[in-house]
Design a protein around this ligand. Structure first.
Ligand code: PHE
Length: 344
């Protein structure tokens, strides 16, 4: 009996030592110490022992049970620790992984073009002026030699707010505001960037809201050749040194004479292509010598002072420069479009 118990202990200790996980350990416990376990089985046979032997074997069996319990507890602790470590390793956060970068914004292509235009003109001694987008009829039309019944008002379909107030249809009212603020002093030499509104149906080349940059120079002895020189310099800085310009006669009520200005096509350099409709030229702005009535209404004596003015469409310049085929791209905020300008 004693032999049997010692063999059982030895065998049990070996199995405890070899268990791989807590579940298996529990099985080992039940196998030896459970109600139907091997040790219990042996003890059950104690009835057949002599009365002298019984307490000795009983004591040994108790000792073996205690030792096995102790071994089981130790092994349990060890396995628990092992499993915890495994779980920690599995769930650990890899702090060496780079973080997610918040997307970086970039300047809108129109903002970039406006800044470029401003830089070029500031380099030629211009300052920058701004005016309101909600404008008085007086500044938008009347002071620009367009009285109430003037047919040329139809050239620019307008959004009226009241009888006397509208969304400005061009940046030319800033010319008037600038001259009034200068109170007859010279030289006046400003550019005025800003948004304008017209009642146009939106399509690939028209937008009811778009951006212009106005230019105005007033001083003694300002001539058409000054206008031409300034604009040629601008066109070369904007589209490349090989660019030429040409002036075509035109009409604006606030300039006399008036001219539309073309630049050589930046796509084909003048040989003719789809972009310039085979003409080799692209229209970029309207211009002219400030009409004497306009000078006079804003406090400049037209017998002493002359000036020139021009107004260009920023979207058109951006479209030509970047090869954009639809003006609506600038206003629909599709990041696939705008994002392309981030790294230019
Ligand atoms: N204001 C004109 C337009 O919007 C452009 C222009 C400006 C023409 C200044 C001549 C002089 O079409």
């Amino acid at each position: 009996m004693r032999e049997k118990l010692l063999i059982l202990e030895e065998e049990a200790i070996k199995r405890i030592e070899n268990t791989k996980d807590l579940k298996e350990l529990q099985e080992v416990r039940v196998h030896y110490l459970g109600k139907k376990g091997s040790l219990t089985e042996v003890l059950r046979g104690m009835g057949r022992l002599s009365p002298e032997e019984r307490p000795v074997i009983g004591q040994l069996a108790n000792q073996i049970r205690d030792r096995l319990e102790e071994k089981l507890a130790l092994k349990e602790k060890e396995l628990e620790e092992k499993e915890l470590n495994q779980r920690l390793a599995l769930e650990s956060i890899d702090i060496s992984l780079p973080g997610r970068r918040p997307p970086r914004g970039a300047l809108h292509p129109l903002t970039r073009i406006i800044q470029e235009i401003e830089e070029i003109f500031v380099g030629m001694g211009f300052t920058i002026a701004e005016g309101p987008e909600v404008e008085l009829d007086y500044y938008n039309f009347e002071a620009l030699n367009l009285p109430k019944d003037h047919p040329a008002r139809d050239m620019q379909d307008s959004f009226y707010i009241t009888e006397e107030m509208l969304l400005r249809t061009h940046t030319s009212p800033v010319q008037v505001r600038t001259m009034q603020a200068m109170e007859g002093r010279v030289p006046v030499k400003v550019i005025c960037p800003g948004v304008v509104y017209r009642r146009d149906t939106d399509d690939a080349t028209h937008s009811h809201m778009f951006t212009q940059v106005e230019g105005l120079v007033v001083d003694e002895g300002i001539r058409m050749s000054d206008l031409k020189g300034i604009l040629l310099n601008f066109a070369r800085r904007m589209f490349g040194e090989e660019t030429s310009i040409r002036l075509r006669p035109s009409f604006f009520p606030f300039t006399e004479p008036s001219a539309e200005v073309d630049v050589t096509c930046s796509s084909c350099h003048g040989t003719g292509c789809r972009v310039c409709k085979q003409t080799g030229w692209l229209e970029i702005l309207g211009s002219g010598m400030v009409h004497p009535n306009v000078l006079e209404m804003s406090g400049y004596d037209p017998t002493r002072y002359t000036g020139f003015a021009f107004g260009m469409g920023v979207e058109r310049i951006a479209m030509l420069k970047y090869g954009v085929d639809d003006i609506r791209h600038f206003y629909t905020n599709d990041l696939r479009f705008i994002g392309q300008f981030a790294r230019l």
